[in-house]
Design a protein around this ligand. Structure first.
Ligand code: UDP
Length: 323
């Protein structure tokens, strides 16, 4: 197939583009490089530097490349930042997303795979989180993604857009070529590994008084290769659908740090800090629906395997993409 990967120079988009190319698809990456990196653009893909703040650039890209499907990764994706700058999240994730959808309608592109998030659920009333649980986001990031899911439903009903919305839990790890690199790093695993690389003196733990066995937040870390595989399967979906995407395993912040100590051989000092606003205590996915309906099967169930891949990548690229 011909796939336009919007946001394909970012962490998740770059690995998805790589796997699409490996599977023999033709890929064009559309990215404004605000969060993405030129060196994360797979050399086998076409590249268009473009922005979704209007419909014109994306419409030209769709007209030129004529994809059969779009994968949409371009978004603002930090919980804490969304608690400080809600406007940025509503504009980027809803307004700019609408520009993409309208350009797809105008150019007759009918298939979309969308990056959604477990943050649409807020604190769950039971675990693991399946698709039927109420959606009550507690931060503007989750709210913006939930709003866009509702928009997708109506574009599907009215314009015949076929979409698959994948609600990621915590994407982590790396492929051989591409890994997690943000200019301002807020994510747990890369921050711990930066300590092991000698680039940071210690890692901060945000909150040690949560109602969890060791007091720190529990997340469901999913290997970026497993997550990317779900996107490839989503292209074959016969209907518009929403799927939760995690491994079903919960790992606390302290357990992540301990696993990193074991893998890197570094002591990794910690500094205990207050809670970070907007963080629920536990988020663990039930992914039975995507396993049943699309045949998705995670290959990397253990946090160690995920961290080992991240550590390999960070050792090979200690300065990330260097931009
Ligand atoms: N976290 C932490 N120290 C850090 C970064 C993150 O304690 O330097 C915690 C954060 O509060 C959350 C978990 O680690 O409970 C995962 O955070 P991350 O930002 O990686 O992903 P999120 O769950 O926000 O998508």
């Amino acid at each position: 197939m011909k796939i336009l990967v919007v946001g394909g120079a970012g962490y998740i988009g770059s690995v998805c583009a790589e796997l699409l190319l490996d599977a023999g698809h033709a890929v064009c990456i559309f990215d404004n490089l605000s969060e993405g990196h030129l060196r994360a653009v797979d050399g086998r893909a076409e590249f268009i530097e473009g922005d979704l703040s209007g419909s014109d650039q994306i419409q030209s890209a769709l007209t030129e490349f004529r994809p059969e499907a779009v994968m949409h990764f371009a978004a603002s994706a930090l919980v804490a930042e969304s608690m400080e700058k809600p406007s940025k999240y509503f504009r980027n994730n809803i307004g700019n997303g609408l520009n993409l959808l309208d350009a797809m309608v105008a150019t007759g592109v009918k298939q979309l795979v969308f990056s959604s998030t477990c943050a649409i659920f807020g604190p769950p009333e039971r675990l693991p989180i399946d698709e039927t649980l109420p959606k009550r986001p507690i931060n503007p990031y989750g709210e913006s993604k939930l709003a866009f899911e509702k928009i997708l439903h109506w574009y599907s009903e009215i314009h015949g857009l076929k979409f698959v919305s994948l609600r990621y839990f915590n994407a982590a790890g790396a492929s051989e070529k591409f890994g997690e690199e943000h200019r301002v790093e807020t994510h747990l695993i890369p921050n711990v590994l930066k300590v092991a690389l000698g680039q940071k003196p210690q890692v901060e733990i945000y909150g040690t008084d949560y109602e969890t066995p060791d007091g720190t937040c529990i997340r469901d870390y999913i290997h970026i290769l497993d997550l990317s595989q779900a996107h490839i399967l989503a292209l074959k979906s016969s209907k518009s659908e929403f799927y939760n995407l995690g491994t079903g395993g919960g790992t606390s912040v302290r357990e992540v740090i301990e696993a990193c100590r074991k893998i890197t051989g570094h002591k990794i000092p910690v500094l205990e800090k207050p809670r970070r606003p907007g963080d629920p205590a536990r988020l663990v996915a039930a992914s039975d629906k995507i396993q049943r309906e699309l045949g998705w099967q995670p290959k990397f169930q253990r946090i160690d395997a995920i961290i080992e891949s991240a550590w390999r990548w960070h050792q090979e690229f200690p300065n990330g993409y260097g931009d």
